[in-house]
Design a protein around this ligand. Sequence first.
Ligand SMILES: NC(=O)c1ccc[n+]([C@@H]2O[C@H](COP(=O)([O-])OP(=O)(O)OC[C@H]3O[C@@H](n4cnc5c(N)ncnc54)[C@H](O)[C@@H]3O)[C@@H](O)[C@H]2O)c1
Ligand SMILES: O=C(O)C[C@H](O)C(=O)O
Ligand SMILES: [Mg+2]
Length: 628
Amino acid sequence: MSNCWNQTRAATSLIRRLKRSIINPAAVARPRCFTTAEGHRPSLVHKRSLDILHDPWFNKGTAFSMTERDRLDLRGLLPPNIMSPEQQIERFMVDLKRLEVQARDGPSDPNALAKWRILNRLHDRNETMYYKVLIANIEEYAPIVYTPTVGLVCQNYSGLFRRPRGMYFSAEDRGEMMSMVYNWPADQVDMIVVTDGSRILGLGDLGVQGIGIAIGKLDLYVAAAGINPQRVLPVMIDVGTNNEKLLKDPLYLGLQQHRLDGDEYIAVIDEFMEAVFTRWPNVIVQFEDFQSKWAFKLLQRYRNTYRMFNDDVQGTAGVAIAGLLGAVRAQGRPMIDFPKQKIVVAGAGSAGIGVLNAARKTMARMLGNNETAFDSAKSQFWVVDANGLITEERENIDPVALPFARKIKEAGRQGLREGASLVEVVEQVKPDVLLGLSAVGGLFSKEVLEALKGSTSTRPAIFAMSNPTKNAECTPEEAFSIVGDNIIFASGSPFRDVNLGDGHVGHCNQGNNMYLFPGIGLGTLLSGSRIISDGMLQAAAERLAAYMSEEEVLKGIIYPPISKIRDITKEVAAAVVKEAVEEDLAEGYRDIDARELQKICQSQEELLEYVKNSMWSPEYPTLVYKKD
Ligand SMILES: NC(=O)c1ccc[n+]([C@@H]2O[C@H](COP(=O)([O-])OP(=O)(O)OC[C@H]3O[C@@H](n4cnc5c(N)ncnc54)[C@H](O)[C@@H]3O)[C@@H](O)[C@H]2O)c1
Ligand SMILES: O=C(O)C[C@H](O)C(=O)O
Ligand SMILES: [Mg+2]
């Protein structure tokens, strides 16, 4: 009986594995006769000779085997010594490491830009090798290809631009986008990250140069979520810039006109969305670094029709929620105490308001999930923007900030008023949490941090989440030295831990949306959900929150190390798939239909295996030439 059971199980499992192998050929061990000498299913290419060496999708450089060199007319075009992928990386690393003699930490690394150049050149030559290097050294090179260095890259883009990467749609292309999308060589695109360059990190309007941020985010999609690099597309929508310096710069690469606004602006974005979803109906579009003015409007406009999300609004909110819940646990309290936390937020832009809305909803759910709970939860927040504390007396208040405006009488009772300064607010409120998404470096000044010493919390939390490094509201050194050792600290860009003496470490967590967006994208892709629901985003945040053990959290570690990002992403993606199935949104992906997906979701183990097997890994496939 049990033998028969085992055989049936083995057969079912084999069928599943074979089905999955259609998604990822490497996911299943094939019978020998199907494989090449290198042991993998071959990839067909329609080019040969130098064209292959110049194609980063297929190029293997010195790792082409002799038989491949013959098959693809490469003989004589490469030095004769055939290298293993490991030897190739060793050689590359010698070059890259030369720059590390002087300094070795991302944030203040004087050679960061030079390292980016070396890595970027590899990206242009050989994508497989590039991602092998990135994945194996993610802790070290995420600060180069992502924040903070990517900010510097965007600022200097005109000078750094060599080979184009991704697609550019401009205001001049109106009426042409539907045909332009066919200029992209890939028939399948899974992930697009699009920006209009209007608010790049905390660096403001960088116009066309903002494409760097889309490229950096997609690097993480490949490295963390295992999205196939041939199926990612960075996009820049150039509607002009309001950055006067760029407008006057003759070397600026973008449209030298002021930004389109109003209906004209929306028409361009509408046309872009229609074009990409016509060619790639299953693509997921991540909106990135759009100024707040448009971030919310575009999200509302598209989120119920297209598979899209706004990372700054929704990804950041999830990461902040996970961190805020971690901060409650770090006080030795249960998560359900979250609705008692007093939270001061500095910054009421796309990120700040995104966090406020999500935190309020999370509190309301914990308080009974009804209207009264939702209403009372808002009293836990004090919001300070460029004009100080936001109250109902604020003139021309932004509608998205209105729900968080303090009642004027109540503010008065607290010794506060419209426009009160951040120091005053912190002094009077004595918050448990001080969270910055203001893009103002040093905003958490000595006075503000001194005021936080009066917090009624047993362990106050400071989230200096603005990017890049120089825009962080304070450094961990400042926080630990002024507020004291018993705090929780998180920043958007990486900083080193602080030595508190006597063997104690002040942990610096990186509170960055990179812990969520790759999993949200991958989970949505694999579920085949037509939209990205609030529930799917909530499931992602909850999974991240639960990722840290009690022991870690008590030590002040509320986010995982970036070296674990592939594992976290797998877990987050699984949570997103499961939620999409539960909400009946999942339509399945490729060969796995909705019913099969439902079955997979019944076992957490199978679900995680499915996600893992669907992730691309940087291995060279054997190449076989086929005429077009
Ligand atoms: N860590 C992360 O994962 C993450 C995610 C998204 C955004 N961010 C960062 O958050 C920052 C803000 O992004 P955004 O999209 O909300 O920008 P935004 O321009 O839309 O909003 C900035 C807000 O800060 C306020 N502000 C300006 N000066 C202030 C001051 N002196 N005191 C208090 N508030 C002040 C502005 O009034 C505005 O409300 C950026 O630096 C961005 O890099 C970080
Ligand atoms: O890009 C990042 O590092 C996080 C976030 O999306 C931001 O805009 O700062
Ligand atoms: Mg962003």
